[in-house]
Design a protein around this ligand. Sequence first.
Ligand SMILES: *Cc1c(COP(=O)(O)O)cnc(C)c1O
Length: 369
Amino acid sequence: MSDKIFVTRSSMPDYEEYCNEIKKLWDTRWLTNMGEKHQQLQSELTEYLGVEKVDLLTNGHMALELSMQALGLEGEVITTPFTFASTTHAIVRNGLEPVFCDVNPDDFTIDTSKIEALITEKTSAIVPVHVYGNICNIEEIERIAGKYGLKVIYDAAHTFGEKYKGRGVGSFGDVSCFSFHATKVFHSIEGGAVCFRDEDFGKALHNLKNFGIKDPETVESVGANAKMNEFCAAMGICNLRHIDDEIAKRKLVVERYRNHLDGIEGIQLNPVQDGVESNYAYFPVIFNKSIFGANRDEIFKVLNENNIGARKYFYPLTNTFECFNGKYDVTLTPVALNLSKQVLTMPLYADLKLSDVDRICDIILSCRK
Ligand SMILES: *Cc1c(COP(=O)(O)O)cnc(C)c1O
């Protein structure tokens, strides 16, 4: 049987390139706490992402969690359940109440026509998620946030390097958070970044990622430890050199999938959004059993039997997690609930062989009844 195909595979620079990047650390012995590599990656990312300011953190989750803390949010936060655990957990871990809004059936991002009905006196922010590289309805979110005086924190973990109408996607909202986890389009092994404009916010965030320590004798906030170390920053520096090439290769893989699956009855793919320069982060396929003839779980099983690792992503919805003990009414987000039962994300990484894509699609199509 052929080797297992995983749903993702981390991109790596040449071994020599990375070794060269970390060599100096043996001389300086400066391994963490905002060293040279941290500074270099931060400034390169500011440029690449087309944003005003960037701060680097240990991971995307801490980027979200500490951003919310630095903004001093209170009360309720409007968000979506069709996301990774991190988005909802960051809200709850800040002592905030998540209020779940449904998503659009075509691009899986927050349905902005349903936000205003969820706003109360306690609402302090909107936390929308750009899903699978699809960008939220930024104009509507800006209009609503402006009208009600709400903060906007984008979970931009899926949209590294994307542009919307020529502008870096991280430049929208009060804050945009990226994840540089090993499985993402761009990674620093583990890592994350917060993009922002406001200097006071930047100071508060920087402080929170280092225990709230302002100077050796002044601790001004109850901070965490979320500093990116030099080895991770060095990996980021290396990967950033090759990112455009990585995205171009992903594009070829996505086009190959589309050649096979576009227009097949009972299958829905990611939309091609107007004004969006995509990063080809994920290849989700939504299966409508009554038309396609097989449901998501059946196809998942057949792919697994063929040593192909598709992923039920995002499933289950965050508002159904056991840790919330049935606190949230999932019937209030029916579109998200339905999607979570029908979606499979397919293997996608820069070096995935096009012949493997052909084989995966053949298997998917052979499940039709
Ligand atoms: C990966 C991811 C995160 C969390 O990022 P980590 O770097 O793994 O902490 C948050 N939100 C979404 C949507 C993600 O995909």
